[in-house]
Design a protein around this ligand. Structure first.
Ligand SMILES: Cc1ncc(C[n+]2csc(CCOP(=O)(O)OP(=O)(O)O)c2C)c(N)n1
Ligand SMILES: [Mg+2]
Length: 335
C-alpha cells in the first residue's frame, strides 16, 4: 500500500478548502438525491457513491480541463467533481430539460463533454476500451491530455478490463485506470469470486504495470497517488492501474438494503469516512470548527437551491426525442 509522509500543518492537496467543499457537495448531492428519490422525483434507479467521495474529488484535483474522465452508473460523484453544475446533474436524474443530457439519459448516464467527462456507462467494463480511445486520440493529436477511467472491483472480472489494459500497455496510452474497490459487485463480495486478493493490483503485472494500492478514503493519499500516475501519463510514460480501497455506505442501488454485509462492517468503515477524516486533518492543521461548519451550511444551501431549480425545469419537449441519437457527420471522420 502506498503510504504518504504527513505533516500536521501541511495538507497534501493544493486547495484544502476546495477539496473539503467538493467532498461535501458530492455527499449532500447524494443525500438530497436519495430524499427526492423517495419522494418519487427520480426516474429509474440510482447507485449512490456515498462514502466514495475522496476518490472522485482527489482525482479531479489532479486534472486539467482538457483531460478526459469516464465512469460508471455509480457516477454522480465523478461528473460533479469535474465541474458539472448541480442543477443540471439533478435535472438529469429527474428527467428534466435542464439535465446534463436534456433529461434523456438519467442517473446512470451522466455525461458532460464540456467538462471533459465522456460519459457514465451502465454496462460493466464497457467504458475501459473507450478510455483507450480518448487516450489514443490525445496521443495521435500530439496533445498531452490524460484520460482517467473509474470502475469498480467487479469490473476486473470482465473481459473488457483485460483487453483495455493490454491495449493501453502495448500502445503506451496516456490513461490511468482507477479501480474503486468497495468490496462488492452488486450483492457478491468480490473476494468470493476472484482468484487473487487484490482484484486490480494483483493483475497489474500481467500487463507490465506496477501494482498500486491506495487508501481511497484518504483524500491526500488519493491526490498524491493519482497525481503521480497522471504526471507519468502526461510525460508519455504510459498507463497506470490504481486500486483505491473504499466502501459504499449504502446498498448497491436504491432497492438494495445491503443485508448481506457482515455485522459491524459498515460501522467499521464509518470510522474511516473520508469526509470525517479530512475534517480531522484540517482541524489538526489549525482550521477552526466554526469555519468548517459554515462551509457545510453553505454547501447544503447550494445543493438545496440546485435541486429546486431542477424540479422547476420542465421535461424535455417532444422535439428532442430524436436529437443526440447519432453523431452528426456520418462517415466524415474517415477522411
Ligand atoms: C456486462 C454487465 N454484466 C452485468 C451487469 C449487472 N451489474 C450491474 S452493476 C454490477 C456490479 C459491478 O460491480 P463493481 O464493478 O464492483 O461496481 P460497483 O457497483 O461496486 O461500483 C453488475 C454485475 C451489467 N450492468 N453489465
Ligand atoms: Mg464494487
Amino acid at each position: 500500500m502506498v503510504q504518504q509522509a504527513r505533516s500536521a500543518t501541511d495538507i497534501g492537496v493544493p486547495d484544502p478548502e476546495g477539496i473539503y467543499r467538493e467532498m461535501l457537495r458530492l455527499r449532500h448531492f447524494e443525500e438530497k438525491a436519495y430524499e427526492l428519490f423517495l419522494d418519487g422525483h427520480v426516474n429509474g434507479t440510482m447507485h449512490l457513491g456515498v462514502g466514495q467521495e475522496a476518490v472522485a474529488a482527489g482525482a479531479a484535483a489532479t486534472l486539467r480541463p482538457d483531460d478526459c474522465t469516464l465512469g460508471t452508473y455509480r457516477g454522480h460523484n465523478h461528473v460533479i467533481a469535474r465541474g458539472a453544475a448541480l442543477d443540471a446533474s439533478f435535472g438529469e436524474l429527474f428527467g428534466r430539460e435542464i439535465g446534463l443530457c436534456k433529461g434523456k439519459g438519467g442517473s446512470m448516464h451522466l455525461t458532460s463533454v464540456e467538462h471533459g467527462h465522456y460519459g457514465s456507462y451502465a454496462i460493466v467494463g464497457a467504458h475501459l476500451p473507450i478510455a483507450c480511445g480518448t487516450a489514443w486520440s490525445a496521443k495521435l493529436r500530439g496533445a498531452d491530455s490524460v484520460t482517467l477511467c473509474f470502475f469498480g472491483d467487479g469490473t476486473t472480472n470482465i473481459g473488457a478490463f483485460h483487453e483495455a489494459l493490454n491495449l493501453a500497455a502495448v500502445w503506451k496510452l496516456p490513461v490511468v485506470f482507477i479501480c474503486e474497490n468497495n468490496l462488492y459487485m452488486e450483492f457478491t463480495p468480490i473476494g468470493e469470486v476472484t482468484a487473487v486478493p487484490r482484484p486490480a493490483a494483483d493483475r497489474a503485472s500481467a500487463y507490465g504495470l506496477k501494482p498500486i494500492v491506495i487508501d481511497g478514503n484518504d483524500v491526500e493519499v488519493v491526490y498524491a497517488g493519482i497525481a503521480e500516475a497522471v504526471d507519468r501519463a502526461r510525460r508519455g510514460e504510459g498507463p497506470s492501474l490504481i486500486e483505491a480501497l473504499t466502501y459504499r455506505h449504502k446498498g448497491h442501488s436504491r432497492t438494495d438494503p445491503a443485508r448481506y454485509r457482515p455485522e459491524g462492517e459498515l460501522e467499521d468503515w464509518m470510522t474511516r469516512d473520508p469526509i470525517t477524516r479530512f475534517v480531522q486533518r484540517l482541524q489538526e492543521a489549525g482550521w477552526n470548527a466554526s469555519d468548517l461548519e459554515r462551509i457545510e451550511r453553505e454547501v447544503i444551501e447550494e445543493v438545496g437551491a440546485a435541486a429546486e431549480r431542477a424540479l422547476a425545469s420542465p421535461p424535455p419537449p417532444e422535439s428532442e426525442l430524436f436529437t443526440d441519437v447519432y453523431c452528426a457527420g456520418e462517415t466524415s471522420w474517415r477522411s
